[in-house]
Write a protein that binds this ligand. Structure first.
Ligand SMILES: [Zn+2]
Ligand SMILES: [Zn+2]
Length: 296
């Protein structure tokens, strides 16, 4: 690896723990366990709704399929709202998330990939977050990979202050529902959301079926798709990254895509790129040399 590549990589010292991140994650995991002593149906239902908003609207439909890959278009107010929902997952601001994910696609399962299981299953799951320099707050530097977001003042401000919406949510939950609701809505929900998202980086690059012969190790894993609203159809996604639709066969449930489809039917989402397997097979017959789908 040459010096420029080292600079591009910039994970800092991979063997050194980032104590700030470790402390925050330890506190959130402790809070998540404490939440289990405050079970109520109200806490469960409110938490499930905010989990859906953060992980499906915020990460799946927003940060991932819209802000990173631009698989469809929506009016600016909705684009901004989806990014706001994304901050509730505590996966960093939109510029950091988009930059990290674009680096993952550019360099999937090479030494330049921020989180490949070729560096170990634990590394791809959470090691890459807790070791070295994960660049969470370096907006200018991350912006090199997300110039489209960097030129928008809203995304710059939201990226700098990405933890504020979650903090406000925690305070409101504490006032309205007490300590139990706060523990459910913030640490428990965030910890579950982080692990389900991380499974897309770890499990779906290790286990599951490969429909497309992509250069990376991506796989389709149904149970990760279920808990992430469709993100687990990850081999489909690596083969066709711009597609707003990750579950390409009828039995590949993809809740985030169904919501994008609903927005399209309502005339709110435009230019939705969502090929199905039949479209892709027809395309592949015309152009050879692309990632060919195997029998479905
Ligand atoms: Zn991947
Ligand atoms: Zn992607």
């Amino acid at each position: 690896m040459n010096a420029t590549e080292m600079d591009e990589l910039d994970f800092g010292d991979r063997s050194r723990l980032n104590w700030q991140t470790v402390t925050a994650l330890a506190l959130f995991h402790a809070g998540a366990i404490a939440a289990l002593f405050f079970f109520s149906w109200t806490n469960l239902i409110v938490t499930a709704i905010v989990y859906w908003m953060a992980v499906s609207w915020g990460i799946g439909m927003g940060y991932h399929r819209l802000h990173t890959h631009r698989g469809y278009r929506v009016p600016k107010w909705l684009e901004y709202f989806l990014a706001f929902c994304g901050t509730l997952a505590l996966e960093g601001g939109p510029i950091y998330w988009v930059a990290t994910h674009r680096r993952h696609h550019q360099n999937s399962d090479t030494d330049l990939d921020p989180h490949t299981p070729r560096h170990g299953g634990f590394w791809s799951h959470m090691g890459w977050i807790i070791f070295g320099n994960s660049m969470h707050s370096d907006t200018e530097r991350n912006g090199k990979y997300a110039p489209d977001l960097l030129k928008d003042r809203y995304y710059r401000v939201l990226s700098e202050w990405h933890w504020v919406p979650l903090t406000v949510l925690g305070i409101v939950a504490l006032i309205v529902g007490g300590i139990g609701m706060m523990l459910w809505l913030v640490p428990l929900r965030v910890v579950v959301g982080l692990h389900t998202t991380w499974l897309v980086n770890s499990a779906t690059h290790m286990w599951g079926r490969r429909r497309f012969s992509t250069k990376d190790d991506s796989r389709n894993l149904w149970w990760v798709a279920l808990i992430t609203f469709g993100e687990g159809w990850h081999n489909n996604h690596h083969a066709h990254p711009v597609s707003a639709r990750h579950g390409m066969a009828w039995y590949e449930i993809d809740i985030s895509y169904l919501q994008i489809l609903l927005l399209e039917k309502l005339g709110i989402a435009k230019a939705v790129y969502a090929p199905n397997l039949a479209d892709l097979a027809a395309d592949a017959r015309e152009k050879t040399g692309e990632a060919l789908p195997r029998a479905a």
